[in-house]
Design a protein around this ligand. Structure first.
Ligand SMILES: [Fe+2]
Ligand SMILES: [Fe+2]
Length: 340
């Protein structure tokens, strides 16, 4: 019998390919290559100095402090946990590509923080947020607890071990990439809807597209494992997923209270309330449950009209980027380039 995706080992055989869908995801990701150098933070820096209210500035400070370490955490879990146990070479090709994208995100936020916070002492403070700012500390603690939950697992032999692995995978896809990061994107698009920080918005569009791909891969792994070993997905597992999402929403909502508090002046952010943010988090959590084939937990609707633009924005972005994407992705097709 052919091995299952979570069977221990290091499968090397690409033909016949067991999971061509992972290989196609890898190829699609390559076609979406972008670089940090394409992004200009010039207008952002001017906006920060002259256009942002103190409460907006506090929002941005908290946001970039989260971004400073968020993708590194995801990258570490990918290497230490996911790569080890997803046992198909074509799936590991995708994970290698994802690891590059996480490095790109780290580079993007590093460049962003360097541009946004010229003062070295304040910049160091932003990078140390995981240790100093309680609302960010709580998010990191949530991530590390789940990362550590399977650190000792060298092999997934038993159903209990495989469930522990799946919970880690679900946590990083649904709660960290799919909720913590999506909440962060919502703040960026809120600012974009007010015509602010176009450099951050441009990079966020590409990071959003990458993260959507990372989630799609994780959900495909889950779908595949479920088809191979339906018994793993029992009622206990569903309970744990729901409890995990509740906790993630609570942790992220506490971050929203801080982000939208207005900082020292306590004036709040005009046009975005913590209650709306909480509702958005619940709405997103339900989307993640639906992707897992589970019934909604919160029954919340999307409170943010400014997110309706997102799909259109993505499309425009894609067409704008075609040529550069081809240049990076398919070096051999020179004739196509010369037509322009
Ligand atoms: Fe990322
Ligand atoms: Fe990611």
């Amino acid at each position: 019998m052919a091995p299952h995706l979570l069977d221990p080992g290091f499968e090397l055989t690409l033909r016949p390919m067991r999971y061509p869908q992972f290989y196609e995801m890898y190829r699609a990701a390559i076609r979406n290559t972008w670089t940090v150098e394409e992004i200009d933070f010039g207008i952002d820096v001017n906006d920060l100095r002259h256009k942002l209210a103190p409460a907006d500035r506090h929002l941005v400070e908290r946001l970039v402090a989260f971004f400073a370490t968020g993708d590194s955490i995801v990258a570490n879990n990918l290497v230490l946990n996911l790569y080890q146990h997803v046992n198909a070479p074509e799936a590991r090709m995708y994970l290698s590509r994802q690891l590059f994208e996480e490095a790109l995100h780290v580079q993007f936020y590093l460049t962003l923080l360097d541009a946004y916070i010229p003062d070295p002492a304040r910049r160091a403070e932003a990078f140390a947020a995981v240790e100093n700012i309680p609302s960010i500390q709580a998010k990191a603690a949530f991530c590390f607890r789940w990362m550590d939950s399977i650190r000792e697992l060298q092999r997934l032999e038993t159903p209990a071990q495989r469930r522990a692995f799946l919970l880690n995978l679900i946590c990083f896809a649904c709660c960290i990439e799919g909720l913590f990061f999506f909440a962060a994107f919502a703040y960026v698009w809120f600012l974009r809807s007010r015509g602010l920080l176009p450099g951050l918005a441009a990079g966020t569009n590409w990071v959003f597209r990458d993260e959507s791909g990372h989630m799609a891969f994780a959900f495909e792994v889950i779908r595949t494992v479920r088809a191979e070993e339906p018994g793993l997905f029992d009622a206990g597992m569903e309970r744990e997923v729901r409890a995990m999402l509740h906790e993630a929403v609570a942790v992220e909502a506490a971050f929203a209270d801080d982000v939208l508090s207005g900082g020292p002046l306590q004036e709040g952010v005009l046009g975005l309330s913590p209650a709306e943010m909480r509702q958005y988090l619940q709405y997103v959590a339900d989307l993640r449950l639906a992707a897992l084939g589970l019934a909604p937990e919160f029954g919340a609707r999307n409170p943010f009209p400014f997110l309706d633009l997102q799909d259109v924005q993505e499309l425009t972005n894609f067409f704008e980027r075609r040529v550069s994407a081809y240049q990076v992705g398919i070096g051999g097709e020179v004739a196509f380039e010369e037509a322009f």
